[in-house]
Design a protein around this ligand. Structure first.
Ligand code: NAD
Length: 498
């Protein structure tokens, strides 16, 4: 499959590789055929791009925020116009089914809308001063050029969650996408850059593409970027976080998850089963919020497993651009190897494969969505790791306390859910001794999130929050101001110094 024959997306192809520069081939996971060859950035071109972003920030920060919002509004409209083609490019480049490719671009449109409204709501507080004739208040100022590092599996939306908010906050962004999804990045950044330039604002959105040693680590260590917002594996986050901490920069880390769903004995299985199937098998298990562990009350675990196995038999695996197929490929052969390793380890540790477990012998990186039942001891070491593939491990529990302890008993803390009709169980799950994750849902699956809420997780998931709610504050610097409009100097805490 080549892109050049696909008239809908061919116009997003990058220009021919630049002679004398390092290049990388971009393969489609659908069949591992080459989609395009891209030119990689060098230390010199990185420098030019960041310098342009720094320069653009100097003027962009002075543009009134509601006017910045108008630029973001126009960018949202541009993505509306290009939604079909861009969603298709996402499908070709990372193997999502078309509905999900379009859904991802819709997230970009939605966060742009959110950011437009936000551009008039970057509120600071005023507080009563303890001193007479003093005003005490805080304001939020633009922070600087923001480094955005994105994972392959959300090649468009993660950038938008960051850059649309950053733009209304008065920041510029330098985006470093995954080398497994650079084409969506080239197209998305070009759309945003084109709109902003047409409206008189160049280099608000810039892009650097390269290897982690030439470009990635250079960016992370770059003091000109006060915030690095990095999305990817826990391994990456530990490395990036420590480098940024060395220079006292700020990090917004959105890292791996190991998300569990609890099904209580009184759960409505008509809700729970489809939510688990989508959560565990959808996007071929390549969402950070994918359901990886299922914790079911012992009285219904056999029934739940039976229903899941029957549902899994209906899932069509194959080319995600063909209607009807629900499970596309993994991103590359390395991921297929990771899948094989996890299935073998689970078996060796006493797990029983109830569904799937195999790779498919056809071009591309296809595996079967897999359900593995843990042994009666509930011990299954491999389930503590995030394998980025559609593997669901099933455990059983007797008491809700036990289920919550199992759910929380991993290093990651991104998403979680409980299916129950008991108000008490639901509230305990959401309470201070309940789920320790950044996202906790009741009668809704772990997978996916709305842009209106703050998105992110605890523990090794990194602690960052982006997208909705007050996540915008990460992209600004807070300044506390005291204004004295009286005639007599008054020190705080009533101190006399005369
Ligand atoms: P990855 O960690 O391999 O790569 C993510 C990004 O980090 C890429 O752009 C990569 O080039 C960059 N990177 C890696 N090492 C770097 C370094 N030393 N310096 C600078 N940049 C570096 O992850 P992936 O395979 O692309 O994505 C899958 C992972 O991302 C999973 O763990 C998934 O859970 C996670 N993820 C998390 C979220 C979230 O919001 N929490 C969202 C999507 C994906």
């Amino acid at each position: 499959m080549g892109l050049s024959g696909d008239s809908e997306v061919a116009r997003y192809l990058p220009a021919s590789p630049i002679a004398g520069r390092a290049t990388a081939d971009v393969l489609s996971p659908i069949d591992n055929a080459k989609l395009a060859t891209i030119t990689l950035d060098t230390a010199e071109t990185y420098e030019q791009t960041v310098a342009a972003s720094v320069k653009a920030f100097e003027t962009w920060r002075l543009v009134p925020a509601p006017e910045r919002g108008q630029v973001v509004r126009a960018i949202g409209d541009e993505f509306r116009t290009h939604k079909q083609a861009l969603g298709r490019l996402v499908a070709l480049e990372v193997g999502k089914i078309l509905q999900e490719g379009w859904g991802e671009v819709q997230e970009t449109i939605d966060i742009a809308d959110f950011a437009v409204g936000l551009s008039r709501q970057l509120y600071g507080l005023t507080m009563p001063s303890e001193r007479r004739d003093h005003r005490l208040m805080e304001q939020w100022h633009p922070l600087g050029p923001i480094g955005v590092i994105s994972a392959f599996n959300f090649p468009n939306a993660v950038w938008a969650w960051n850059s649309m908010l950053a733009a209304v906050c008065g920041d510029t962004t330098v985006w470093k996408p995954s080398l497994f999804a650079p084409l969506t990045a080239i197209a998305s950044n070009a759309l945003a850059q084109r709109v902003a330039t047409r409206m008189g604002h160049r280099d608000i959105f810039t892009l650097v593409i390269g290897t982690d040693d030439v470009v990635g680590e250079r960016m992370v260590a770059d003091k000109r970027m006060p915030l690095i917002s990095a999305t990817g594996s826990c391994r990456m986050g530990k490395r990036v976080g420590s480098i940024v901490a060395q220079r006292m920069g700020r990090c917004l880390l959105e890292l791996g998850g190991n998300n569990a769903c609890i099904i209580d004995q009184d759960a409505d299985l008509a809700l729970a089963i489809p939510a688990v199937v989508f959560g565990a098998a959808g996007t071929a298990g390549q969402r950070c919020t994918t359901t990886r562990r299922l914790i079911v009350h012992e009285s219904i675990v056999d029934d739940v497993c039976g229903r899941l196995v029957r549902a899994y038999k209906q899932l069509k695996i194959g080319n995600p651009t063909i209607e009807g197929n629900l499970i596309g490929p993994l991103i590359n052969q390395r991921s297929v190897e990771g899948f094989k390793h996890a299935v073998a380890a689970a078996k060796q540790q006493g797990g029983t494969v109830l569904a799937g477990g195999n790779t498919l012998s056809m071009p591309g990186n296809y595996v079967e969505p897999t359900i593995i039942r843990a042994p009666a001891s509930n011990e299954l070491a491999i389930a503590r790791e995030e394998t980025f593939a559609p593997i669901l491990y099933v455990f059983s529990f007797k008491t809700l306390d036990q289920a919550i302890a199992m759910q929380n008993g991993v290093d990651q803390g991104l998403s979680s859910s409980i299916f129950t009709n008991s108000m008490r169980s639901a509230e305990r799950f959401l309470g201070p001794a309940g789920s320790d994750c950044g996202i906790a849902n009741v009668n809704a699956g772990t997978s996916g999130a709305e842009i209106g809420g703050a998105f992110g997780g605890e523990k090794e998931t990194g602690g960052g929050r982006e997208s909705g709610s007050d996540s915008w504050k990460a992209y600004m610097r807070r300044q506390t101001n005291t204004v004295h409009y009286g005639t007599k100097l008054a020190l705080a805490q009533g101190i006399k110094f005369d």
